[in-house]
Design a protein around this ligand. Structure first.
Ligand code: PLP
Length: 383
């Protein structure tokens, strides 16, 4: 039933049933840690809230339907989802990742899991020959982020997934930046989608969450087992917040797309801006590839002001745009990746992946575009 509905209907209705007790249209927040059982082994499908909770179930079913997956699992944060995902592997297994994945993904791989015996290679997946060349007999998983944070590079999901299938590797795509409204990795052949639900899925910068979505049932049992064993689950209240936020995903993304394109064009023409990274610009080196796998280009832009001093001045002068970590909310946020989100990436790798000290990232919100542009214009009137 859910899959027959169009996306803009699914965001509102998928996974959500009127509450059987009173018919409330909105899914209740089931703030309970446990459930009364009728007799030993007789219950209504819920035994303990770390294992499952009806509010979380509703969100999981909703996100699974949006990504055209068979199952979704909700976690306490994007990093909780990613960390639990990597626990599918065992000591000695090898993973290949896009070299400019989110800094937290890099950190958990290099500084937490590598000392435990997993092995990670970070390669430039914009050229899939690098991916093919990095495959070893012990490679088990490929983890792609596209578009990447913060330089908005695009990896060809369809071709990467085909290569993974041929080699028997699990193909994972972090779809946080694009969202299921703009990109459907599972339809392009990926096995698992990762989200920081903290970002666009919730969309209002007021909760923390992560989701894994599965294309088929292959990893389902093991991931459910890991989810309850590790216990980094999404709280019922955060699940409810996300369920509420996701209902407007389609309309928000339309506005994010339009506002970001206008901001990217403005920045592209500005005398102080050396380079703009936005896949919706014709000048983006992978604009054509982006058009084949995305239905819009999202709200994330980064641009290079050339020097750290200029970046610092710009970030001090913005008024409407808030200097803050995170992204994907209704409000416009600006940040400095080199010292914020990517501080744990070593300086030489930062330079290699284009995270220069003059780079500024904008999460373009859904305010009136005139106000966003006016703020950027005044903040950039640096002599
Ligand atoms: C692309 C991407 N993946 C994963 C994460 C981690 O998510 P969370 O902050 O919810 O743990 C982030 C956070 O910024 C992100 O941008």
């Amino acid at each position: 039933m859910a899959h027959a509905m169009k996306f803009k209907t699914r965001v509102i209705h998928a996974g959500v049933e009127p509450d059987p007790s009173y018919g409330s249209i909105m899914t209740p927040v089931h703030l309970t840690s446990t459930y009364r059982q009728e007799a030993l082994g007789v219950n209504k499908g819920y035994e303990y809230a770390r294992v499952s909770n009806p509010t979380r179930t509703a969100l999981e079913r909703n996100i699974a339907a949006l990504e055209n997956g068979t199952e979704a699992l909700a976690f306490a944060s994007g990093m909780a989802a990613i960390s639990t995902l990597f626990l599918l592997l065992k000591s000695g297994d090898h993973v290949i990742l896009s070299e400019n994945v989110y800094g937290g993904t890099y950190r958990v791989a290099r500084l937490v899991l590598e000392p435990l015996g997993l092995r990670f290679s970070f390669v430039d997946t914009t050229d899939l020959r690098n991916l093919a060349a990095a495959i070893e007999p012990s490679t088990r998983m490929v983890f792609i982020e596209t578009p990447t944070n913060p330089t908005m590079e695009i990896t060809d999901i369809r071709t990467a997934a085909r290569l993974c299938r041929r080699k028997g590797l699990t193909c994972v795509v972090d779809n946080t930046f694009a969202t299921p409204y703009l990109q459907s990795p599972l339809d392009l052949g990926a096995d698992i989608v990762v989200h920081s639900a903290t970002k666009y899925l919730n969309g209002h910068s007021d909760m923390l969450g992560g989701v894994l979505v599965l294309r088929d049932r292959r990893h389902r049992e093991r991931l459910r087992f890991l989810q309850k064993s590790v216990g980094a689950v999404m709280s019922p209240f955060d699940a409810w917040m996300c369920l509420r936020g996701v209902k407007t995903l389609a309309v928000r993304m339309e506005r994010h797309n339009a506002n970001a394109l206008a901001v990217a064009r403005f920045l592209h023409g500005h005398r102080l801006v050396r380079r703009v990274h936005y896949p919706g610009l014709r000048e983006h080196p992978q604009h054509r590839l982006a058009r084949t796998q995305m239905r819009g280009f999202g709200g994330m832009i980064s641009f290079d002001l050339g020097t750290p001093a200029r970046a610092r001045t710009f970030l001090r002068r913005v008024r409407l745009c808030a200097l803050a970590e995170s992204l994907g909310g209704v409000e416009t946020l600006v940040s400095h990746p080199a010292s914020m989100t990517h501080a744990s990436v070593p300086p030489d790798l930062r330079r290699k992946i284009g995270v220069t000290d003059g780079l500024v990232r904008i999460s373009v919100g859904i305010e009136d575009i005139d106000d966003i542009l006016a703020d950027l214009r005044q903040a950039l009137s640096i002599r």
